[in-house]
Design a protein around this ligand. Sequence first.
Ligand code: SAH
Length: 252
Amino acid sequence: MAGKVYLIGAGPGAADLITVRGMRLLQQADVVLFDALVQPEMFDYCQRAELIDVGKRCNLASTQQRFINKMLVDAAQKHAVVVRLKGGDPMLFGRAQEELAALDEAGVEYEVVPGVTAALAASADAGVSLTSRGLARNVLFATARVGYGEDPNDWVKPVVAADTVVLYMGVKQAAEVAAALLAAGMPANTPLLIVENASLPSSREWPLTLAELPKAADWHLAGPAILLIGEVYRAKLALAEPLATAHRKCSA
Ligand code: SAH
């Protein structure tokens, strides 16, 4: 039996931010392999599927990417509708290319269903446009995480040059990120915004400057958090409460 694999973007968290197409496919799915950032409410759509957790979070136990690739291929031999459910959009920082390559190699048919990426949900929550006439004409989606063997500073140059930057997976490494950007000449008073749990009722935001960023490394945020950088966030700085208060709130 030759099944089809659907790589579906679950969106940033809120269950009603998946696309209608994605939701319909979940309803038809025989098996769903899902990531750590997928919220359990999403499973209400899975009426008949076997649910398999292949979640990966930085330092926690994770399923090896190679093993996930194999599971997808194997599932397609047994089931008609196989869903690979990924947080946000599958084509951004989701290792989708490796999964698609494995499916190609095995001759398995697939389709990708896009999702709302965290950058867009964080912007919606913050109420700040990623672009702004005269202030920001371009947006960079970037990450400071590099793989083995890659130059650890490859990400810095384009980040310093862009008008607005959305840095994925950067908050835990806030101190290193700040040091690298300051060393590359980004002004210390550059406005930043950290958004945690975008799209969820627990969503929180902290405006801060680049000089203050190293403090964020000690916050130990429980949810996923994203770092937004650029002049468009300057107005938020005026509203910011002192960081000490923000920190207390966040460890509560
Ligand atoms: N494919 C996903 C990104 C996966 S990388 C997407 O398109 O959104 C995981 C990173 O995404 C996290 O470390 C965090 O930086 C960001 N992220 C995902 N969900 C988030 C959320 N609800 N709020 C804030 N950041 C989020």
